[in-house]
Write a protein that binds this ligand. Structure first.
Ligand code: AMP
Ligand code: MN
Ligand code: MN
Ligand code: MN
Length: 294
């Protein structure tokens, strides 16, 4: 493997703006050799991404970014190299998708009260009729000139204490890890720096991840600073976790995150892609979890 894999990206199957095909083509053009599609709470884009990847010689890793409520906060758990047809996984994700529909209605009710009617219909247009999330509301509110940018909408409307905020009630860490393991995948905590947890709370989260059967930590992320790489490389080493890397790419509208630009993992990390069987499509859990001979 010449280049560092990108193990965290989104498509129009959730809140990305490129179709699975468009994403795969852009990744291949940027020199990415191994790409995981990890849409929020769905694997609906995997089949298309896989079909697009094959003729390009790109290795497509099936994944998902599962929404979890832990310690009163939303934590994102990546499932990597999983079987997207696994019934246990699909059932679990279906529950989260159902919650998303209710939450979208609730967000719209609150925005209506705040003087912005019609947001559900508006957001649905951006969601392309599939999974709906806060980003779709944000894009619609930008179109409506309620704020200048998606980031601005989040800050003014969609985060804690703001008029369109709804406290997430997702699934537990234990259940989410269970679905990923059932699908033969590896469970990885996504963008840990984003939670702004104290060191003690982060250690507790990672300890519980390991207890549940999770194996990885996203050390290099599009939303991490260089200092974060070092901090979380240390966490991974302390907890015996495999290190992952992903851009969290959502589309060309966020030009500060681009495909094919990930820096290498810090020294001392055990890259998740060195697991025996990683990317085989069978799932490393099914193939037996042990580091590959170098
Ligand atoms: P949801 O899962 O629907 O609650 O939406 C979470 C998604 O919203 C994340 O994956 C990001 O794509 C996006 N997001 C969250 N916070 C922000 C922010 N402050 N600015 C821009 N996008 C954000
Ligand atoms: Mn997103
Ligand atoms: Mn995330
Ligand atoms: Mn993501």
């Amino acid at each position: 493997m010449l280049r560092i894999p990108d193990l965290h990206t989104h498509s129009t199957a959730s809140d990305g703006t490129l179709t699975p095909t468009g994403l795969v083509e852009r990744a291949a053009a940027a020199g990415v050799e191994t790409l995981a599609l990890t849409d929020h709470d769905t694997v609906a884009g995997i089949a298309e991404a896989r079909a697009a990847a094959e003729p390009l010689g790109l290795q497509l890793i099936a994944g998902a970014e599962v929404s979890v409520t832990w310690g009163g906060r939303t934590v994102h758990l990546l499932g990597l190299d999983l079987d997207p047809r696994c019934a246990t996984l699909l059932e679990g994700l279906a529950g989260l998708q159902e919650y998303r529909v209710w939450r979208a209605e609730e967000i719209a009710r609150r925005l209506h009260k705040a003087g912005y009617p019609g947001c559900l219909e508006g957001a649905r247009r951006y969601a392309a009729g599939t999974l709906i999330g806060r980003t779709h509301f944000a894009r619609y509110l930008v179109e409506r000139r309620a704020a200048a940018s998606v980031q601005d909408v989040f800050k003014r409307f969609l985060v804690t204490g703001k008029p369109g905020h709804v406290q997430g009630e997702w699934t537990t860490l234990e259940r989410a890890v269970g679905w990923i393991l059932a699908a033969g995948g590896i469970a990885v905590i996504a963008h840990p720096a984003r939670y702004a947890f104290t060191r003690a709370k982060m250690c507790r989260l990672l300890g519980e991840l390991v207890e549940c059967g999770g194996r990885g930590l996203e050390v290099v992320s599009g939303s991490h600073s260089r200092d974060d790489y070092v901090t979380f490389a240390r966490h991974a080493a302390e907890q015996g976790l495999l290190a992952s890397a992903g851009s969290d790419y959502h589309g060309p509208e966020q030009p500060w995150i681009e495909l094919g630009r990930l820096p290498p993992l810090p020294d001392g990390c055990t890259p998740i892609w060195t697991l025996s069987g990683f990317g085989s499509g069978v799932g490393p859990a099914a193939a037996g979890i042990r580091p590959a001979a170098a």
